[in-house]
Design a protein around this ligand. Structure first.
Ligand SMILES: [Zn+2]
Length: 219
């Protein structure tokens, strides 16, 4: 009896093993094909390497002065204020660099670098590097800290550049800032619904470092 049992088990193992081997190589291509699909959904991850390089968010997203936002005016993006002299900025989403241009802000006459990345035909995001530069030369220094060319493809998490504090102590327009906003078609919208939970928690931490009970967006 024992001998028969052992023979049956051996036969069963012999028959099942090839079946298992057949399954595993077939499973792998499926997993690989699933990966690019994830990138067709617009998702925003953290734009910092180390969140402590930013002090707070001020202001957040508000469509009008009477939206209930504690900062009390309209602002269609999130302003991340530097904690120190510089900070690393990484891509919250992949896409194609459409511009990374030096620009003089007509409101305060300060110089900055405006970056636009297109995710697809529908979504884009801007990151405006506002180092509080007072000259074009300073803005060129800021631009040189961003290793980007127009038409370049960036992946989520790729290094977009350093942002520097070039204010020289002039806080008349606030501290050095990365202004972050997103557009869906021709609508400048709240980015919060597209954030990963890590990015959302981080952004909420930063805005509540300035306004303890605030939300990121006041639509
Ligand atoms: Zn802003």
């Amino acid at each position: 009896m024992k001998v028969w049992k052992i023979l049956w088990i051996a036969a069963a193992v012999f028959l099942l093993l090839p079946a298992c081997r057949k399954d595993s190589p077939a499973a792998q291509p499926d997993e690989e094909e699933a990966l690019p699909e994830a990138d067709t959904t617009f998702v925003l991850s953290e734009s910092w390497v180390d969140i402590s390089e930013f002090r707070y968010i001020h202001p957040g997203f508000s469509v009008s002065a009477d939206s209930g936002a504690p900062w009390g005016f309209a602002h269609l993006g999130l302003d991340l204020i530097l904690a120190g002299d510089s900070a690393h900025v990484i891509a919250p989403s992949g896409g194609t660099v459409e511009f990374a241009d030096i620009y003089q802000n007509e409101h305060n006459l300060q110089w900055q670098v405006n970056l636009r990345v297109r995710f697809d035909g529908e979504f884009i995001y801007h990151m405006l590097f506002e180092p509080r530069a007072h000259t074009r030369e300073e803005a060129e220094f800021q631009r040189a800290a961003m290793p980007l060319t127009v038409g370049q493809r960036v992946k989520r998490g790729d290094f977009l550049g350093m942002i520097y504090d070039l204010s020289g102590g002039d806080m008349s327009s606030g501290g050095a800032t990365v202004h972050f906003d997103i557009w869906k078609g021709d609508q400048n919208i709240c980015p919060a619904p597209y954030m990963t939970s890590e990015a959302y928690e981080g952004m909420l931490f930063l805005i509540r470092s300035m306004y303890p009970d605030a939300d990121l967006c006041y639509p």
